[in-house]
Design a binder for this molecule. Structure first.
Ligand SMILES: [Zn+2]
Length: 326
Protein backbone atom coordinates (compact mmCIF):
# COMPACT_ATOMS: atom_id res chain seq x y z
CA UNK A 1 0.00 0.00 0.00
CA UNK A 2 2.71 2.44 -0.73
CA UNK A 3 1.90 4.02 -3.99
CA UNK A 4 1.30 7.31 -2.24
CA UNK A 5 3.88 9.34 -3.98
CA UNK A 6 3.40 7.62 -7.29
CA UNK A 7 -0.23 8.46 -7.59
CA UNK A 8 0.59 12.08 -8.15
CA UNK A 9 3.10 11.12 -10.80
CA UNK A 10 0.65 8.85 -12.54
CA UNK A 11 -1.98 11.48 -12.28
CA UNK A 12 0.08 13.85 -14.36
CA UNK A 13 0.57 11.30 -17.09
CA UNK A 14 -3.07 10.34 -17.34
CA UNK A 15 -5.18 12.22 -19.86
CA UNK A 16 -7.67 14.62 -18.40
CA UNK A 17 -10.80 12.65 -19.29
CA UNK A 18 -11.41 10.17 -16.55
CA UNK A 19 -8.15 10.75 -14.81
CA UNK A 20 -9.83 11.08 -11.45
CA UNK A 21 -11.60 7.83 -12.05
CA UNK A 22 -8.31 6.19 -12.93
CA UNK A 23 -6.72 7.50 -9.76
CA UNK A 24 -9.69 6.42 -7.70
CA UNK A 25 -9.70 2.97 -9.26
CA UNK A 26 -6.00 2.61 -8.56
CA UNK A 27 -6.44 3.77 -5.01
CA UNK A 28 -9.29 1.36 -4.47
CA UNK A 29 -7.28 -1.49 -5.91
CA UNK A 30 -4.56 -0.58 -3.45
CA UNK A 31 -6.99 -0.59 -0.60
CA UNK A 32 -8.06 -4.19 -1.30
CA UNK A 33 -6.96 -6.59 1.43
CA UNK A 34 -4.95 -8.70 -1.04
CA UNK A 35 -2.68 -5.76 -1.80
CA UNK A 36 -1.77 -5.16 1.85
CA UNK A 37 1.95 -5.45 1.68
CA UNK A 38 2.63 -6.11 5.35
CA UNK A 39 0.32 -9.09 4.99
CA UNK A 40 2.21 -10.68 2.15
CA UNK A 41 4.21 -13.54 3.60
CA UNK A 42 7.83 -14.24 2.83
CA UNK A 43 9.95 -17.35 3.02
CA UNK A 44 13.06 -18.21 5.01
CA UNK A 45 14.48 -19.79 1.87
CA UNK A 46 14.07 -17.20 -0.89
CA UNK A 47 15.06 -18.25 -4.39
CA UNK A 48 17.91 -16.14 -5.77
CA UNK A 49 16.88 -14.05 -8.75
CA UNK A 50 18.16 -15.43 -12.06
CA UNK A 51 20.80 -13.28 -13.76
CA UNK A 52 19.50 -10.86 -16.36
CA UNK A 53 20.10 -11.73 -20.00
CA UNK A 54 20.66 -8.10 -21.00
CA UNK A 55 21.36 -5.97 -17.94
CA UNK A 56 22.73 -3.15 -20.10
CA UNK A 57 19.64 -2.91 -22.29
CA UNK A 58 18.14 0.56 -21.65
CA UNK A 59 14.70 -1.09 -21.68
CA UNK A 60 15.54 -3.21 -18.63
CA UNK A 61 13.20 -2.12 -15.81
CA UNK A 62 15.17 -0.38 -13.07
CA UNK A 63 13.51 -2.62 -10.45
CA UNK A 64 15.20 -5.65 -12.04
CA UNK A 65 18.58 -3.96 -11.59
CA UNK A 66 18.11 -2.53 -8.08
CA UNK A 67 16.46 -5.76 -6.97
CA UNK A 68 19.74 -7.57 -7.71
CA UNK A 69 21.99 -5.34 -5.57
CA UNK A 70 21.91 -6.85 -2.06
CA UNK A 71 24.49 -4.50 -0.50
CA UNK A 72 24.75 -0.73 -0.11
CA UNK A 73 26.70 1.40 -2.57
CA UNK A 74 29.92 2.27 -0.70
CA UNK A 75 29.53 6.01 -1.24
CA UNK A 76 28.70 8.92 0.97
CA UNK A 77 25.13 8.70 2.27
CA UNK A 78 22.75 10.51 -0.05
CA UNK A 79 19.08 10.28 -0.91
CA UNK A 80 18.77 10.95 -4.63
CA UNK A 81 15.55 11.92 -6.41
CA UNK A 82 11.96 11.60 -5.24
CA UNK A 83 10.37 9.11 -2.85
CA UNK A 84 8.82 7.29 -5.82
CA UNK A 85 11.59 7.92 -8.37
CA UNK A 86 15.08 7.75 -6.97
CA UNK A 87 17.77 5.76 -5.24
CA UNK A 88 20.02 5.72 -2.20
CA UNK A 89 23.81 5.91 -1.85
CA UNK A 90 25.67 4.90 1.29
CA UNK A 91 22.70 3.20 2.93
CA UNK A 92 22.96 1.72 6.40
CA UNK A 93 20.97 -1.29 7.54
CA UNK A 94 18.79 -1.24 10.61
CA UNK A 95 20.11 -4.14 12.70
CA UNK A 96 17.53 -6.93 12.63
CA UNK A 97 17.34 -7.00 16.45
CA UNK A 98 17.55 -4.18 18.95
CA UNK A 99 16.47 -3.92 22.56
CA UNK A 100 13.30 -2.22 21.40
CA UNK A 101 12.75 -3.32 17.80
CA UNK A 102 12.80 -6.31 15.47
CA UNK A 103 12.87 -6.31 11.68
CA UNK A 104 10.21 -8.34 9.86
CA UNK A 105 10.29 -10.15 6.46
CA UNK A 106 14.06 -10.49 6.45
CA UNK A 107 13.93 -12.32 3.11
CA UNK A 108 13.02 -9.06 1.42
CA UNK A 109 16.29 -7.37 2.43
CA UNK A 110 14.53 -4.04 2.75
CA UNK A 111 15.85 -2.89 6.12
CA UNK A 112 18.10 -0.25 4.51
CA UNK A 113 17.81 3.48 4.79
CA UNK A 114 19.54 6.82 4.86
CA UNK A 115 21.40 6.93 8.21
CA UNK A 116 18.93 9.58 9.42
CA UNK A 117 16.06 7.10 8.97
CA UNK A 118 17.92 4.33 10.78
CA UNK A 119 18.76 6.65 13.68
CA UNK A 120 15.20 7.90 13.81
CA UNK A 121 13.81 4.37 14.05
CA UNK A 122 16.20 3.49 16.86
CA UNK A 123 15.21 6.66 18.72
CA UNK A 124 11.49 6.11 18.15
CA UNK A 125 11.75 2.51 19.37
CA UNK A 126 13.41 3.65 22.58
CA UNK A 127 11.07 6.58 23.21
CA UNK A 128 8.04 4.42 22.48
CA UNK A 129 8.78 2.05 25.33
CA UNK A 130 8.48 4.95 27.75
CA UNK A 131 4.97 5.61 26.40
CA UNK A 132 3.84 2.01 26.68
CA UNK A 133 4.69 0.70 23.20
CA UNK A 134 6.82 -2.34 23.91
CA UNK A 135 8.92 -2.12 20.79
CA UNK A 136 8.72 -1.69 17.02
CA UNK A 137 8.11 -4.37 14.44
CA UNK A 138 9.69 -2.75 11.42
CA UNK A 139 8.40 -3.65 7.96
CA UNK A 140 9.80 -2.44 4.68
CA UNK A 141 12.27 0.41 4.49
CA UNK A 142 14.32 0.54 1.25
CA UNK A 143 16.48 -1.81 -0.76
CA UNK A 144 20.24 -1.65 -0.23
CA UNK A 145 20.60 0.92 -3.01
CA UNK A 146 17.02 2.13 -2.86
CA UNK A 147 15.37 2.35 -6.27
CA UNK A 148 12.18 0.77 -7.56
CA UNK A 149 11.20 -2.61 -6.11
CA UNK A 150 10.13 -5.81 -7.83
CA UNK A 151 7.08 -6.11 -5.57
CA UNK A 152 4.95 -3.83 -3.46
CA UNK A 153 5.78 -0.19 -2.98
CA UNK A 154 6.09 2.61 -5.48
CA UNK A 155 7.72 4.88 -2.91
CA UNK A 156 10.38 3.72 -0.41
CA UNK A 157 13.01 4.42 -3.11
CA UNK A 158 15.31 6.97 -1.44
CA UNK A 159 15.80 5.48 2.02
CA UNK A 160 13.46 7.87 3.81
CA UNK A 161 10.29 5.77 4.11
CA UNK A 162 9.55 3.05 6.67
CA UNK A 163 6.52 0.92 7.48
CA UNK A 164 5.91 0.19 11.15
CA UNK A 165 3.47 -2.53 12.11
CA UNK A 166 0.49 -1.69 14.27
CA UNK A 167 1.41 -4.79 16.30
CA UNK A 168 3.63 -4.13 19.33
CA UNK A 169 6.79 -6.19 19.50
CA UNK A 170 6.43 -9.39 21.53
CA UNK A 171 8.70 -9.73 24.53
CA UNK A 172 10.68 -12.53 22.96
CA UNK A 173 12.84 -12.63 19.87
CA UNK A 174 10.78 -13.77 16.91
CA UNK A 175 12.05 -16.73 14.90
CA UNK A 176 13.01 -16.35 11.25
CA UNK A 177 9.86 -18.21 10.24
CA UNK A 178 7.64 -15.97 12.36
CA UNK A 179 9.21 -12.92 10.80
CA UNK A 180 8.23 -14.21 7.37
CA UNK A 181 4.81 -15.59 8.17
CA UNK A 182 3.35 -13.63 11.07
CA UNK A 183 0.59 -11.17 10.11
CA UNK A 184 0.38 -7.61 11.35
CA UNK A 185 -2.70 -6.62 13.33
CA UNK A 186 -5.69 -5.11 11.56
CA UNK A 187 -6.45 -2.00 13.62
CA UNK A 188 -9.54 -0.84 11.68
CA UNK A 189 -13.03 -2.06 12.66
CA UNK A 190 -14.97 -4.31 10.28
CA UNK A 191 -17.29 -1.46 9.19
CA UNK A 192 -14.17 0.63 8.32
CA UNK A 193 -15.56 3.66 10.20
CA UNK A 194 -13.32 3.63 13.24
CA UNK A 195 -10.53 1.68 14.88
CA UNK A 196 -11.29 -1.74 16.34
CA UNK A 197 -11.80 -1.07 20.06
CA UNK A 198 -10.52 -4.56 20.86
CA UNK A 199 -7.20 -3.76 19.18
CA UNK A 200 -6.60 -0.04 19.58
CA UNK A 201 -4.87 1.15 22.77
CA UNK A 202 -3.56 4.50 24.08
CA UNK A 203 -0.08 3.23 23.22
CA UNK A 204 -1.06 3.06 19.52
CA UNK A 205 -1.88 6.76 19.68
CA UNK A 206 1.31 7.45 21.62
CA UNK A 207 3.71 5.77 19.19
CA UNK A 208 2.25 7.63 16.20
CA UNK A 209 2.29 10.91 18.12
CA UNK A 210 5.93 10.47 19.10
CA UNK A 211 6.86 9.74 15.50
CA UNK A 212 4.95 12.78 14.23
CA UNK A 213 6.62 15.04 16.78
CA UNK A 214 10.09 14.30 15.38
CA UNK A 215 11.15 17.40 13.43
CA UNK A 216 12.76 15.26 10.72
CA UNK A 217 9.51 13.42 10.03
CA UNK A 218 7.78 14.97 7.05
CA UNK A 219 4.49 13.04 7.12
CA UNK A 220 2.91 9.82 8.31
CA UNK A 221 0.28 7.84 6.44
CA UNK A 222 -2.49 6.07 8.35
CA UNK A 223 -5.90 4.71 7.47
CA UNK A 224 -8.68 7.37 7.73
CA UNK A 225 -10.31 5.42 10.58
CA UNK A 226 -7.02 5.61 12.47
CA UNK A 227 -6.71 9.33 11.80
CA UNK A 228 -10.24 9.73 13.17
CA UNK A 229 -9.19 7.95 16.37
CA UNK A 230 -6.04 10.07 16.68
CA UNK A 231 -8.09 13.26 16.29
CA UNK A 232 -10.38 12.06 19.07
CA UNK A 233 -7.59 11.05 21.40
CA UNK A 234 -5.04 13.80 20.79
CA UNK A 235 -6.18 15.98 23.67
CA UNK A 236 -5.04 19.58 23.82
CA UNK A 237 -1.63 19.25 22.16
CA UNK A 238 -2.71 18.79 18.55
CA UNK A 239 -0.13 20.36 16.27
CA UNK A 240 1.39 16.95 15.40
CA UNK A 241 -1.90 15.83 13.83
CA UNK A 242 -1.07 17.93 10.77
CA UNK A 243 1.65 15.50 9.70
CA UNK A 244 -0.58 12.45 10.03
CA UNK A 245 -2.29 12.03 6.69
CA UNK A 246 -5.30 9.81 6.02
CA UNK A 247 -4.68 7.46 3.16
CA UNK A 248 -5.94 4.26 1.53
CA UNK A 249 -4.75 1.05 3.12
CA UNK A 250 -2.45 1.55 6.08
CA UNK A 251 -4.75 -0.36 8.37
CA UNK A 252 -2.07 -2.84 9.49
CA UNK A 253 0.86 -0.46 9.61
CA UNK A 254 1.74 3.20 9.58
CA UNK A 255 4.16 4.68 7.10
CA UNK A 256 6.72 7.26 8.23
CA UNK A 257 8.33 9.55 5.69
CA UNK A 258 11.39 11.64 6.58
CA UNK A 259 12.28 15.02 5.14
CA UNK A 260 15.11 15.30 2.64
CA UNK A 261 18.29 15.25 4.76
CA UNK A 262 20.70 18.19 4.69
CA UNK A 263 23.42 16.01 3.13
CA UNK A 264 21.28 15.21 0.07
CA UNK A 265 21.07 18.14 -2.37
CA UNK A 266 19.56 15.91 -5.07
CA UNK A 267 16.72 14.75 -2.82
CA UNK A 268 13.43 16.12 -4.13
CA UNK A 269 11.01 17.15 -1.39
CA UNK A 270 7.31 16.43 -1.53
CA UNK A 271 4.84 19.34 -1.61
CA UNK A 272 4.29 20.52 1.96
CA UNK A 273 1.43 19.09 3.96
CA UNK A 274 -1.62 21.39 3.80
CA UNK A 275 -2.21 23.45 6.94
CA UNK A 276 -4.59 22.27 9.63
CA UNK A 277 -5.21 19.20 11.74
CA UNK A 278 -7.10 17.38 9.00
CA UNK A 279 -9.72 16.22 11.48
CA UNK A 280 -13.52 16.43 11.53
CA UNK A 281 -15.01 17.62 8.24
CA UNK A 282 -11.71 17.07 6.44
CA UNK A 283 -12.16 13.35 6.99
CA UNK A 284 -15.85 13.09 6.13
CA UNK A 285 -15.37 12.16 2.49
CA UNK A 286 -13.43 9.04 3.49
CA UNK A 287 -16.47 7.67 5.29
CA UNK A 288 -19.03 8.02 2.51
CA UNK A 289 -20.54 4.66 1.54
CA UNK A 290 -19.25 5.05 -2.01
CA UNK A 291 -15.69 5.28 -0.69
CA UNK A 292 -15.96 2.74 2.12
CA UNK A 293 -17.81 0.14 0.08
CA UNK A 294 -17.03 0.88 -3.58
CA UNK A 295 -19.14 -0.88 -6.20
CA UNK A 296 -17.07 -2.99 -8.57
CA UNK A 297 -16.47 -0.99 -11.72
CA UNK A 298 -17.83 -2.40 -15.00
CA UNK A 299 -15.06 -3.88 -17.17
CA UNK A 300 -13.56 -1.16 -19.37
CA UNK A 301 -14.17 -1.29 -23.13
CA UNK A 302 -10.45 -1.40 -23.75
CA UNK A 303 -8.28 -2.96 -21.06
CA UNK A 304 -6.11 -0.31 -19.40
CA UNK A 305 -2.48 -0.36 -20.44
CA UNK A 306 -0.27 -1.45 -17.56
CA UNK A 307 1.94 1.35 -16.37
CA UNK A 308 5.38 0.99 -17.95
CA UNK A 309 8.03 0.21 -15.34
CA UNK A 310 10.58 2.87 -14.45
CA UNK A 311 13.76 2.66 -16.51
CA UNK A 312 17.21 3.88 -15.50
CA UNK A 313 16.60 6.83 -17.83
CA UNK A 314 13.59 7.82 -15.70
CA UNK A 315 15.73 8.08 -12.55
CA UNK A 316 18.19 10.86 -11.69
CA UNK A 317 21.49 10.31 -13.55
CA UNK A 318 23.36 9.84 -10.24
CA UNK A 319 21.39 6.63 -9.71
CA UNK A 320 23.46 4.98 -12.41
CA UNK A 321 26.60 5.46 -10.28
CA UNK A 322 24.74 4.15 -7.28
CA UNK A 323 23.68 1.06 -9.21
CA UNK A 324 27.11 0.41 -10.72
CA UNK A 325 29.27 1.15 -7.65
CA UNK A 326 31.16 -1.98 -6.56
ZN1 LIG B 1 4.98 2.21 3.23
Amino acid sequence: MHMIASIGARHRHTHAAGRHIAVLALAIALAMPGAANAQTKGTVDPKPLPPLAKPDDPKTPAKELFGRRPLAAPLQARSIGFYAKGCLAGATALPINGQTWQVMRLSRNRNWGHPSLVQFLERLAEKGTKAGWRGLLVGDMSQARGGPMLTGHASHQVGLDADIWLTPMPERELTRVEREEMSATMAVAADRKDVDPNVWTPAHTAIIRIAAQEPQVERIFVNPAIKKALCREAGSNRTWLNKVRAYWGHDYHFHVRMRCPADSPDCKPQDPVPAGEGCGKDLDHWFKDSILYPKPAPPPATPPKPRPPLLMSDLPPACRQVLLAP
